[in-house]
Design a protein around this ligand. Structure first.
Ligand code: FES
Ligand code: MG
Length: 589
């Protein structure tokens, strides 16, 4: 017991006989609200609960309730819970974009985990970027950490059909544009998709990142898919609290769990679930902060051939409750393990291996989670594109519609890929202003380009690459055009977009010199995108651009926007704060 006590990181604050002055100062303030000397100077680990829920973050708000059960679990296992708030990070409410705040939430949590007397931490995750921000911080500091998902909302329903949060909005705005519903009907339809507390019930970025956290081994097996209001969610919170205390006692740190094997497993799972195109940005960021080599190329090499088996919107039919009942992540991983697709020896937060956790698990509803042999789509992972417009960009082939496949992929071996003319938009405001301008001549063979939407151009990177066609085209039955851009796309969108292009236009990437009227060639087979403009002309345009003074548009509105623009990297390497990467495993014992 004495050794155990000496090993606790928090004892440098609370029980340091070599520095009684500081010990007294530290400890009197934590006694202040009723913790006792007996507790703070015992062998009992101090466990932080990083609270991401608040009135500003409705997706994670249920964590305010769950935290009570986390505390019960921590107490039961002999730890002492200390709850603290994290920077609010809500996807749909934060202007100009929540992407701006992921790195700010990361930075802030690193400071808290490093600078306060915490032996371990429960990371409360849920809404899109709350998850990567928390895991990135845990990676940098490297104290024992376990994630607790808040869980998805209940299924949304409207007139007898499932309505998925974040996904129905794309359909609803087409219906509004086509005059099928009015403004009131539009709001009503969209709101039907969010019937309870929890995160988006679709396979958007939230379900993706919560599933991948479990696949990485950073949350308890079976925990990601439990709907927020279910009793199982409360029980999982209690179990998570108990588990983190054991993790501190075993000194099991993120670096023990977040290995390259774990990341490759997560990439496979991402393909099988039809995960968001934001996943490579976030996982590459986590990998960089823990010091694991992971590149965009790994996504294509490891994940491209894996079939899509989870039948959730937007690629499929069902929603979060169905996902849970069909077996959730363990069913997916169990079948991937059985097929030899993932590494069963990867260690997870519960001290057991992936094989221990998911061996023998399989789908419990073959319509919702299909067997690998009968998938929704074959080879459904992310594909990585390059060409003369950018060095790397991704496309989620699994959301390409049949209509699009028929148009452009009639013969997969056809060397003549799709060609069309481009119409270029400089940021989302420009797009909204001009998309319905008939003079642009947008037809069904047009490729829409969105630039100025990357991590520097539109600070944090906007989810705006999925652009709806002009109203006239929608009325004529064309519901999607190929889109290319240096911004992101919502994980809940099903558009055939090539996105996250790096380097972005704002830092001199090739997209900066594309002009409306240029022709472009997209080859889905060789994964190349090229503007059909000679190298010489490309170079001339680059030189012209370099000669004029560039100002970033839109201008920064806040100090953080300006600070981040100066130090943020590109999407292909995680869009992390580059100066932060050298700080690894910084917790001092
Ligand atoms: Fe928060 Fe979808 S907007 S989870
Ligand atoms: Mg999103």
């Amino acid at each position: 017991m004495a050794d155990q006590k000496r090993n606790l990181r928090s004892r440098a604050w609370f029980d340091n006989p070599e520095n009684p002055d500081m010990t007294a100062l530290y400890i009197e303030r934590y006694l202040n609200y009723g913790l006792s000397l007996e507790e703070l100077q015992s062998d009992r680990p101090i466990i932080g609960i990083a609270q991401s829920g608040s009135d500003l973050v409705p997706c994670n708000r249920h964590h305010l309730v769950l935290a009570e059960r986390v505390r019960d679990g921590i107490r039961e296992a002999g730890g002492i819970p200390i709850e603290f708030p994290t920077h609010p990070l809500q996807e749909t409410g934060k202007r100009p974009t929540a992407g701006l705040d992921r790195n700010l939430a990361y930075l802030s949590l690193v400071e808290v985990l490093f600078g306060y007397p915490l032996d371990g931490v429960v990371l409360t995750i849920g809404c899109d970027k709350t998850t990567p921000a928390a895991l990135m911080a845990a990676a940098t500091v490297n104290i024992p950490a376990i994630a607790l998902s808040v869980g998805p909302m209940l299924n949304g329903w409207h007139k007898g059909e499932r309505t998925g949060s974040g996904t129905i909005v794309w359909k609803a705005r087409e219906m509004l544009a086509a005059g099928e519903i009015d403004y009131k009907g539009f709001i009503e339809l969209v709101a039907s998709s969010a019937p309870s507390t929890g995160f988006c019930n679709t396979m958007g970025t939230a379900t993706t990142m919560n599933s991948l956290t479990e696949a990485l081994g950073m949350s308890l097996p079976g925990s990601a898919a439990i709907p927020a209001p279910y009793r199982d969610r409360q029980q999982c919170a209690w179990e998570t609290g108990r588990r983190i205390v054991e993790m501190v006692r075993a000194d099991r740190k993120p670096s023990d769990i977040l290995t390259r094997s774990a990341f490759l497993n997560a990439i496979k799972v991402n393909s099988a679930i039809g995960g968001s195109t934001n996943a490579p940005i976030h996982l590459n960021a986590i990998a960089r902060h823990i010091g694991v080599e992971l590149t965009l190329a790994d996504w294509e090499e490891t994940g491209a051939d894996v079939p899509l088996i989870v039948n959730l919107q937007p690629a499929g039919t069902y929603l979060g409750e169905d996902y849970y009942r069909a077996g959730g992540v363990p069913a997916v991983m169990g079948m991937l393990l059985e097929a030899g697709q993932i590494d069963g020896s990867a260690i997870t937060c519960n001290g057991r291996t992936v094989a221990d956790n998911v061996g023998g698990k399989a789908t419990e509803d073959a319509d919702v989670i299909r067997p690998l042999a009968d998938p929704l789509k074959h080879a459904a992972g992310l594909s990585v594109f390059s060409g003369n417009l950018f060095g790397g960009a991704v496309m989620k082939l699994s959301v390409i519609s049949d209509e699009f496949r028929d148009r452009y992929l009639r013969n997969p071996n056809d060397p003549d890929a799709f060609e069309g003319k481009v119409v270029v938009f400089d940021g989302p405001e420009d797009y909204h202003r001009r998309i319905d301008d008939a003079a642009l001549g947008i037809d069904e063979n047009t490729v829409l380009i969105m630039r100025g939407a990357g991590p520097v151009g539109y600070p944090g990177g906007a989810e705006v690459v999925n652009m709806r066609p002009p109203t006239a085209l929608i009325r004529a039955g064309v519901h999607a055009l190929p889109c290319i851009g240096d911004g992101r796309q919502s994980g809940t969108s099903g558009s055939p977009s090539i996105l996250n292009a790096a380097p972005e236009a704002a830092v001199g990437g090739g997209l900066a010199v594309a002009r409306t009227g240029d022709r472009i060639r997209i080859d889905l087979n060789t994964r190349r995108v090229d503007l059909l403009v000679s190298d010489e002309e490309m170079a001339n345009r680059q030189a012209e651009l370099a000669a004029v003074e560039q100002t970033l548009a839109p201008p920064s509105q806040t100090p953080w926007q300006e600070i981040q623009r100066g130090i943020v990297g590109q999407f292909d390497t995680g869009a992390v704060l580059e100066p932060a990467v050298k700080y690894q495993r910084i917790a001092q014992r």
